[in-house]
Design a binder for this molecule. Structure first.
Ligand SMILES: *[C@@H]1O[C@H](CO)[C@@H](O)[C@H](O)[C@H]1NC(C)=O
Ligand SMILES: *[C@@H]1O[C@H](CO)[C@@H](O)[C@H](O)[C@H]1NC(C)=O
Ligand SMILES: *[C@@H]1O[C@H](CO)[C@@H](O)[C@H](O)[C@H]1NC(C)=O
Length: 399
């Protein structure tokens, strides 16, 4: 069936069907019947003064005031409002020359509906909720009708909640490859149908686990026990098992340690003794690895057990550099644990290079100082020898 559904012929058929089902964007004309008129913004709006062609001249008022927006009055007494904006909304009434009320009408302005932005949430295998937002703000009250199907023959109604802009549907054929949601928005100025196609199993995203509890274990300064419940929106029986991911770190550390579990309880063996830890849990459908992880649960804080009076001398509970954590790790329980020691190595190497460079610098400076001093001395000696010889020469000259 999925193969058939995705065949080009079938897709063309679906396209044709949805095209022919697409409601025409017919205007619902409220003009004649009711005394509320809906008109598009930025258009020219004509309001008739009832059927009183013979009683001219007439006078128009808006909200009982004679101040009107940009307008003209035709020879037969109709009011034409030009290029209306929001401020032209209100109650219009027309009077004859003697001040008698002939007709009144209430004007509401907006836009016809446009494309909707749709997103669907799938918290378990039986329930789908789709929400939407107007991409064009219409300013007018609207009605929605929504249908969803995997196979065109099984169109199901998606129950609309107008106040919250979403619809709910239960018990869809979950493993059908692609589902289509069709939402038609209708207001007084027209209607528009939006289609959205998706794979339910890719949207499947459980709610976060609930009632997370993290506890210390007596006499075990590195152990923590974490337990939680399935989200209540996930069925409890075993046909839809959840996979859980638990992450924890000492408060202040940048790096999380992670554990995966199919049970709703884990024991952490490598907590940092004496430190407060942050713990979070999330869940995913275990069978369907293409589905989404839930959000993380709110952070739970827990401190491993500490001996009451004699603190462990090897630990320094007040301060720890980030790169020391985590120490020992249980190999099968964790991922992402190696970057810390690498950091440490890099830090040490940098320090050694810096020290070597510094000593070379000092050595060079000292050597050049010694060289300069020695050169000076040699020059001075040379000068005194020259002076002496010239004096000797002068003395030996005849006067
Ligand atoms: C509205 O009427 C004015 C004046 O008659 C005209 O210039 C304008 O093009 C009309 N606008 C629309 C949207 O019909
Ligand atoms: C007329 O009254 C309506 C409410 O009835 C209001 O929304 C509108 O802004 C008013 N218009 C003017 C021009 O005062
Ligand atoms: C699926 O989720 C919906 C919405 O949270 C909930 O009302 C429904 O009971 C859940 N179904 C099952 C079988 O738990």
């Amino acid at each position: 069936m999925p193969g058939l559904l995705s065949s080009p012929l079938c897709l063309t058929f679906i396209w044709f069907l949805s095209w022919s089902l697409h409601p025409s964007r017919a205007r619902i004309q409220a003009d004649e019947v009711s005394d509320v008129q809906y008109k598009p913004l930025e258009s020219n709006v004509t309001l008739a003064c009832g059927k009183s062609q013979n009683r001219i001249p007439v006078v128009w008022h808006l909200n009982n005031s004679s101040v009107l927006p940009w307008h003209k009055v035709t020879s037969d007494g109709r009011l034409v409002l030009l290029n209306v904006d929001q401020s032209a909304q209100g109650d219009y009434s027309c009077y004859d020359g003697s001040g008698l009320l002939l007709h009144s009408v209430s004007l509401r302005l907006g836009y016809p509906p446009g494309e909707l932005e749709i997103s669907c949430q799938v918290p378990n295998h039986t329930h789908v909720r789709c929400s939407w937002m107007e991409s064009v703000k219409t300013f007018l009250p609207a009605e929605y009708s929504a249908f969803i199907w995997g196979n065109v023959k099984d169109r199901k109604l998606c129950e609309v909640d107008v106040a919250n802009n979403h619809c709910d549907v239960d018990h869809l054929a979950f493993w059908q490859t692609i589902h289509t949601l069709e939402i038609t928005e209708t207001n007084a100025l027209g209607s528009w149908t939006t289609y959205s196609r998706f794979r339910l199993h890719e949207l499947l995203k459980p709610n976060p686990p609930e009632s997370v509890v993290a506890e210390e274990q007596e006499d075990s300064p590195k152990k923590l026990i974490v337990s939680w419940n399935n989200p209540t929106s996930w069925p409890l029986h075993d046909s839809f098992p959840l996979l859980f991911q638990i992450r924890y770190r000492p408060q202040g550390s940048k790096y999380w340690s992670e554990i995966y579990s199919e049970d709703s309880k884990v024991v952490i063996f490598d907590a940092l003794a004496g430190h407060l830890h942050q713990v979070q849990v999330r869940a995913r459908d275990e069978v369907n690895s293409g589905s989404r992880w839930s959000e993380w649960t709110p952070t739970v804080l827990v401190k491993p057990w500490e001996a009451p009076s004699t603190p462990d001398p090897t630990e320094e509970p007040d301060e720890f550099p980030d790169y020391i954590f985590p120490f020992s790790t249980k190999p099968e329980t964790s991922t992402a644990k190696s970057h810390n020691s690498k950091h440490e190595d890099e830090g040490n190497l940098g320090l050694v290079i810096l020290l070597v460079l510094f000593s070379v610098f000092i050595l060079t400076t000292v050597l050049s100082l010694i060289f300069v001093v020695w050169m000076r001395q040699r020059r001075q000696e040379h000068a005194t020898i020259q002076e002496l010889t010239s004096m000797v020469k002068m003395k030996s000259m005849p006067i």
